[in-house]
Each structure stands twice: as structure tokens, then as C-alpha cells.
Design a protein around this ligand. Structure first.
Ligand SMILES: Cc1ncc(COP(=O)(O)O)c(C=O)c1O
Length: 410
């Protein structure tokens, strides 16, 4: 019997999520030594001198931008597609976002759009890697540094990616990783800021100590979310419950569920929520210390699955990254002319897929700043997320390969 293949999986086992749920109910959550131990371990792993953890990546970016003490109205170069809270943080600090369109092949800033955007005299760039695809980060950083721009790498989707042998996350003035649900290193949330600059690390440490006490109930909720997603994407449960529900809702026109983890709010915030400023917990740090040891094996399984799929079809219209880059394929994307037809075709072959759950922040009508970003528009509507995780089995890999071969443009 061929079970349908889910669009995503949680990187933990169901048992791990269950154990962490129990521990989050009863164990100590604010042991600062455990948090510091994970910060040091993670800094060494990425190859940076310092790591300071915040509850979310957005909070870490907020702290970095605040510490730069930029005058109001300073320009921040932003990706057109990312999570909306990063835009909220930029606006909260009275900074002005300028959206730099992506290159369709590297899904990062396009050199031409970047050159154009530099005319706005930006002070900062949030260089964001999407889907574990590696651009020519050396060239991008050189262009930005020559223009005196402070570089924040957001490598939430590209942990362990490399360019010419150097790890992604080691190129910018600072770099940020979000360990939120569905990521390759998932600690039920957490935003890690890395830097080699001791002064910046010191200032970030002061901000970290100002965060309020962590909330046990919020931690429990986050673990529960992972546990539920994990359960719903287990092959048997997915076959008998989740996939039929998704099919029904898609057939009924439920556009929300064509997105990877559902739809997200698109309204501006009047103030930043208190939850964004609560400390990371020591339980999450323990999860990180356990999970980081599994990263290499999971990465290599996932990359090998995608390399097998890639070698079996001629779907050349997809992000492939730059020469010299080692992609990690957090997600595997192809461009389809018509997402909904493509999805129907894949669904009938038992392959679940989706569009991105990230927000096109360059096109939010209710926000004061927009941008013209046609390549991002295409990625947003025509980029198909295919199943891509370390748990893919041999037969699932060949089914995805065969489906893509059948659907490849003639
Ligand atoms: C590029 C990128 N940045 C940041 C985040 C998450 O950040 P936060 O930890 O603030 O939720 C995500 C999560 O999906 C992401 O894809």
C-alpha cells in the first residue's frame, strides 16, 4: 500500500516531543547555566565567538538594531519574503525598510536589485537565506561592506549551509538563527544572535538580562504545537486523517491550507507583544544540546534524498543556489506555472505540497512601505514546497522523483 507523503515533518521523533512535553510541565525552566552552556556550544558549532539567545529571532534582531543606535528614518534593506514580525521590529524602531528583490535562482538578494537599493543609502541589511539555498554570499557581503552597510545574516533556513567551505552565519557582522517549529534545529522556538564583536555581544547580553521571566504555559503550548504537528504528519495518521482533511479543504477552496503551516496575520502591530520579550528557557537549551548532536546525520540524509530526486528529473526551473555554495535544502522548491494544477497532479500521485507560509512583506497593503519585487512575487505564488525531510524513505524518494519526471515541462 502506498501511503501519501506529507509536505513536512517535525525534525524530532514523536517520543522526543512527548518526553519534552512532560519535562516542560515539571522541570526547572530558568537555569541560566544550562542556557549559557548551549550558547557556547552553538557559537562553537557555527564558528563564532559569541552567541546570545533571545526568545525569538525577531527579538534578537530588535536588540541588534537598537544597539546600533541609528537615527529615525535610517534605511534597512530587507528581503521581500520573510516572517512579518521582522518588519514589525524594523518599524517599531522608526527605521525605513527598503525591499530588495530576490534572484530566482539563489532566492537571496539579486545583485542588480541590491545595486539599485544601495542608492537609498542604507545603514543595515538583513541578508536572508531561503530554503537552505546558498547564494554567492561573499560577493553580496563585499557589495554591502563597500557601501558601509552593517550586515545581519538571517540563516534560520540555512543552518550548516556553506559557501567556499565557510559556514553560512559566519559572514555578516552578526547572524541570527531561529530555532522555531519545523526548522532543522528546532528547540520549540528561540532566536540566537552570533557575533565575533565582543562589544556587541556585551550589549546584547545586557538586553538579554532585561527580558522578563519565561512563561511555563507558553513553553508547554509550543511543545504541544510540535507534538500535534508531529503526530498529524506520522505516515499512518497522515494517510487516514490529515491528507483526506487537507484534500477536502483544498477542494472546498480553503486557500489557507495550501500554505506550508497555514496562513498568517497580515495586519500591522500597534506595539510589540510582551511575549517577544520573555527569556528563553533552560528546557529549550536542553533540547538544543540534545538535538545539535543529531544535526549532521539528519542534514546528510535530507541532502542525499534531494540529490537523488534532483538527479532523476529535468526540472531546471527551481532555485539551485550559486557556484561555490553547499545547499542544505531546508525545503525543496520548484517553480510551477500554475500552482493549483500542479498541486492537483501531485496530490493524485500521493504527494502533498504547499506554497510558502512566509509573508510577502514587500506587498502588504496595510503597511506604510511597499516594494516592487517581481521575482519574489513569482516565488510567493508559483514556488511549490515539496516534501523534504530526513525521514523520507527510499520508496518515497522514488515516488517524488517519478512524479516530478512526469510533470516536468516538455
Ligand atoms: C527566514 C526566517 N527568519 C526568522 C524566522 C522565525 O523567527 P522567529 O524566531 O522570530 O519566529 C523564520 C521562521 O520561519 C524564518 O523563516
Amino acid at each position: 500500500m502506498k501511503l501519501p507523503i506529507s509536505r513536512g515533518r517535525i525534525s524530532h521523533t514523536l517520543f522526543e516531543d512527548f518526553v519534552w512535553l512532560v519535562r516542560s510541565l515539571f522541570s526547572k525552566i530558568n537555569d541560566s547555566r544550562t542556557v549559557a552552556r548551549f550558547e557556547t556550544t552553538f557559537a562553537n558549532y557555527v564558528g563564532r565567538k559569541h552567541c546570545v539567545v533571545f526568545p525569538f529571532a525577531r527579538t534578537g534582531i530588535h536588540a541588534v538594531l537598537k544597539n546600533l543606535e541609528l537615527p529615525a528614518g535610517s534605511v534597512v534593506l530587507m528581503p521581500p519574503i520573510t516572517i512579518k514580525p521582522i518588519l514589525d521590529v524594523v518599524l517599531d524602531l522608526k527605521l525605513v525598510p527598503v525591499f530588495v528583490d530576490i534572484d530566482q535562482s539563489t532566492v537571496c538578494f539579486s545583485e542588480t536589485s541590491l545595486t539599485e537599493a544601495l542608492k537609498s543609502s542604507p545603514r543595515v541589511a538583513i541578508l536572508t537565506y531561503l530554503f537552505g539555498i546558498v547564494p554567492d554570499v561573499e560577493a553580496l557581503c563585499k557589495t554591502l561592506r563597500n557601501a558601509g552597510v552593517f550586515i545581519i545574516e538571517d540563516f534560520s533556513q540555512c543552518l550548516n549551509g556553506k559557501f567556499r567551505g565557510d559556514k553560512i552565519g559566519s559572514f555578516g557582522d552578526v547572524s541570527v538563527y531561529s530555532a522555531s517549529s519545523v526548522k532543522t534545529l528546532d528547540t520549540y522556538g528561540g532566536g540566537f544572535v552570533f557575533t565575533d564583536d565582543s562589544e556587541m555581544a556585551g550589549s546584547l547580553g545586557i538586553d538579554q538580562r532585561k527580558l522578563s521571566k519565561p512563561s511555563r504555559s507558553r513553553l508547554i503550548k509550543k511543545v504541544q504545537t510540535d507534538l500535534i504537528r508531529n503526530f498529524a504528519s506520522q505516515p499512518i495518521i497522515f494517510a487516514i486523517l490529515t491528507f483526506p482533511i487537507l484534500r477536502f479543504l483544498t477542494w472546498r477552496g480553503g486557500s489557507k491550507l495550501t500554505k506550508f503551516t497555514g496562513d498568517r496575520d497580515q495586519q500591522p502591530l500597534t506595539s510589540l507583544p510582551a511575549e517577544w520579550f520573555e527569556s528563553y528557557t533552560s528546557i529549550q537549551a536542553k533540547v538544543g544540546l540534545q538535538q545539535i548532536k543529531q544535526m549532521e546525520e539528519k542534514d546528510s540524509k535530507r541532502k542525499s534524498a534531494i540529490n537523488q530526486i534532483n538527479s532523476s528529473h529535468n526540472f531546471s526551473d527551481r532555485p539551485i543556489g550559486a557556484d561555490g555554495g553547499e545547499n542544505v535544502f531546508w525545503q525543496y522548491i520548484v517553480y510551477a506555472d500554475n500552482f493549483s494544477d500542479f498541486q492537483k497532479q501531485l496530490t493524485s500521485r500521493g504527494v502533498d505540497c504547499s506554497t510558502t507560509s512566509l509573508v510577502k512583506i514587500s506587498g502588504l497593503a496595510s503597511y506604510p512601505f511597499q516594494g516592487v519585487t517581481p521575482n519574489a512575487d513569482r516565488l510567493y505564488s508559483n514556488g511549490v514546497y515539496l516534501p523534504c525531510y530526513h525521514q523520507l524513505t527510499k520508496s518515497q524518494i522514488s515516488r517524488i522523483s517519478n512524479s516530478l519526471s512526469e510533470l516536468e515541462p516538455k
